[in-house]
Ligand binder design. Structure first.
Ligand code: IVH
Length: 683
């Protein structure tokens, strides 16, 4: 018989039976019969290696182990979601949507899809002409890791879509483990004397990031699709249709998605899902709410890190009770001295908790904790566990008041006097040279939240700090092979690896770099805003307070802190050393050159009539332009709405182009809305 024909036949048969077994749970043949077909195909392919194709069922659990994961830049970033914790937050979400879209939308035009928020790992699958070509992790949102071979071992991920005519589809979804598979993995690890995973999410991440995909193949991972990178490019007009369309292509979608005609229905659905949660075979940590209409999604667009058109409603935090053994004090990155409760280890939602934050002195005194008390601890998502309250009814009179461990007046690490600023609840060690603060800052700098220097985790950094090999950030970039290779627990290989990671960290994105520095009040979001506004680190260093305050989303505290930071001579000296070491943060991508507003820097002033301010700014960015924060020589256009004042005057003096709102819209050929679309907001 023609071998090629038989191979083709076997592949079709195996695909059909895998579909019946995995997707429809309705097998027609026994596992033994399936295995026989599989072995026959495997044998034929071994005898005729030229006939092996990447999408053959035999290639699923295989692929050669990799040395490292390659990086993948997502064509469109994989964003995260803003959180809502209450019904009020959801109502605010809707009001913000109306505000953004006003005056062209009515309240009843807003309907939603509510989807379970499966607790796993976000991945992207790229299908070219219906064939799975590449799969990657979310990573930092813009760059992830290539885990194609690992993802191909997941049986619910189709290697081929049912429609081959789609040139390219970038599917987004979640890889997860159900509870039973998680228990099984941990059981096996325990039997081999290896460390176990704390929860299904970590286990899923650990299983996917295996360089050897045969290990991934054994882990029973699952996948569900919840969207695509660019939904507007599909034949669908709503999220509901999009999900059904993905399903029709052969991608698994959740059976728990729910259409909600109004925000009230969303709130009701959330309560239903919260009640259902414990009956599911896998963990969900909340519900994702998305505007159903894809055109509205497109109009709303994205904020810095998350889309405007979606929000994650988180389930209430997980709680447990345990005994308080004692209280210690720790010094944080910003010098904040915080009391920590040392607890009898207790499991809270799959994680063992033995330390929990008590926040600050006020909090700690208000809670009237006593040693020996039974206390309620909670954790929500990835945040540090906290002590909520003491359970007074459980006291038996043996408990010891905490007077003996009252708030210290000197830093427990450097001995410097502590300071509590008026109006602030936090007590701080104000010694800028306090070793605890320096170490914490260094750990943050190289951590995932910072520059993510692989191999320079908390432990290694502590070791380097204690040996005085790294005392400040520039020291990291001066480390040598000899210094590292001879350290306890290191060696040539780990030294090379860490040095390569340090080398790779020399040209970080400006926002990432600013976040890594740990400037007070400059978190991830503020850092991203600064990256969007400034063209270089130098430009930011010389920015005035006034310029910083002009940036939407940056308040007085952050602006003041940035100014203080960059005017510190020690900080300036540190930047000089970093520059000498070749560390050059790179500002955001410059705008494309073939768009209507490429190279244009636009400022809005006064009241606009058809666009909200946020929508106007989004249009500038979508069309390749930049937003000016104030009237400067660099600015090219001023769009003046009603009651424009001093900015208009100044722009005229500088001879800048002044536009009306309509002229601005014409410039980007934005369709003016017709009268029938101009409906009034119902409130
Ligand atoms: S939409 C731009 N839908 O939640 C839209 N995300 O912070 C972003 N997630 O890690 C994602 N279920 O992987 C969306 N039905 C769902 C989801 C979902 C789980 C995860 C996602 C990401 C996180 C969002």
């Amino acid at each position: 018989m023609d071998v090629e024909k038989r191979i083709h036949e076997l592949r079709l048969l195996l695909q059909k039976h895998a579909h019946l077994y995995y997707d429809l749970a309705d097998p027609l043949i026994s596992d033994g019969e399936y295995d026989l077909l599989f072995l026959e195909l495997l044998r034929l392919e071994e005898e005729h290696p030229t006939l092996v194709t990447l999408d053959s069922p035999t290639q699923r659990p295989g692929g050669a182990p990799l040395d490292k994961f390659e990086q993948v830049v997502h064509r469109l970033p994989m964003l995260s979601l803003k959180n809502a914790f209450s019904a009020d937050d959801l109502i605010k979400f809707e009001n913000d949507l109306l505000l953004f879209l006003k005056p062209n939308i009515t309240l009843d035009a807003l309907s939603y899809m509510a989807e379970p928020k499966v607790d796993g790992l976000a991945v992207e699958l790229i299908y070219d002409q219906g064939r799975l070509r590449q799969g990657s992790t979310r990573g930092d949102g813009s760059t992830g890791e290539d885990i194609t071979a690992q993802l191909k071992t997941i049986s619910s991920i189709p290697h081929k879509l049912r429609d081959h005519s789609i040139p390219r589809l970038e599917v987004r979804g979640e890889v997860f483990l159900d509870r039973n598979a998680f228990i099984k993995i941990n059981h096996e690890l325990m039997q081999r004397g290896e460390p176990v995973f704390a929860n299904p999410r970590n286990a899923a991440a650990g299983s996917l990031r295996q360089l050897n995909p045969t290990i991934t193949a054994k882990r029973s991972l699952k996948f569900i699709a919840y969207g695509i990178a660019d939904p507007i490019q599909t034949p669908c007009s709503s999220q509901q249709e999009l999900l059904a369309w993905l399903g029709s292509l052969g991608l698994p979608i959740s059976e728990l998605t729910h259409f909600c005609p109004s925000i009230t229905d969303v709130i009701t659905r959330f309560e239903q899902l919260a009640a259902l949660r414990h009956t599911l075979a896998y963990e969900i940590d909340g519900m994702v709410v998305k505007i159903d209409d894809l055109n509205l999604q497109q109009r709303l667009g994205n904020k810095t890190m998350a889309p405007r058109w979606a929000i994650a409603c988180k389930f209430p935090p997980l709680q447990a009770t345990t005994r308080l053994i004692s209280v210690a004090f720790q010094v944080g990155r910003t010098g904040a001295v915080t009391p920590v409760a040392l607890l009898e280890p207790v499991e809270v939602g799959g994680v063992t908790v033995s330390r929990a934050t008590l926040h600050n002195r006020d909090d700690f005194e208000r809670k009237d904790l006593r040693i020996g008390d039974i206390v309620l601890v909670q954790r929500a998502g990835d945040v540090i566990p906290e002590v909520v309250k003491t359970i007074i009814e459980k006291r038996d009179g043996q408990e010891q008041p905490l007077t003996t461990v009252a708030m210290p007046i000197h830093c427990p690490v450097c001995g410097h006097a502590l300071l509590k600023a008026a109006g602030e609840a936090v007590t701080r060690c104000v010694n800028p040279h306090c070793p605890a603060q320096r170490l914490r800052s260094l750990v943050h700098f190289s951590s995932k939240a910072g520059l993510d220097i692989e191999g320079l985790g908390k432990k290694s950094m502590e070791q380097l700090f204690n040996l005085q090999l790294v005392r400040d950030i520039p020291d990291i970039f001066a480390l040598t092979h000899e210094q590292l290779a001879s350290l306890e627990g290191w060696g040539d290989k780990s030294a090379d690896k860490v040095l390569a990671a340090i080398q790779a960290a020399k040209h970080p994105a400006l926002g990432k770099f600013l976040g890594a520095l740990g400037i007070r009040f400059v978190g991830e979001v503020t850092a991203a805003l600064l990256e969007q506004t400034f063209e270089s680190l130098g430009q930011l260093m010389h920015a005035s307070l006034e310029t910083l305050l002009e940036i939407e989303g940056i308040g007085e505290q952050a602006a003041g802190s940035i100014i203080d930071y960059f005017s510190d001579p020690d900080v300036r000296a540190m930047f000089d050393r970093l520059q000498q070491a070749g560390v050059t943060p790179e500002a955001g991508q410059q705008s494309q050159t073939d768009m209507p507003l490429s190279g244009q820097i636009i400022l809005f002033t006064g009241t606009l009539t058809t666009l909200s301010r946020t929508e106007a700014k989004k249009l500038v960015k979508d069309n390749g332009g930049q937003i000016a924060v104030t009237v400067t020589q660099n600015m090219t256009h001023l769009v003046a709405g009603d009651k424009a004042g001093s900015k208009l005057k100044k722009a005229k003096e500088l001879g800048k182009i002044i536009l009306t709102e309509q002229e601005f819209l014409q410039m980007i050929q934005h369709e003016p809305r017709t009268a029938s679309q101009q409906t009034v907001v119902k409130q």
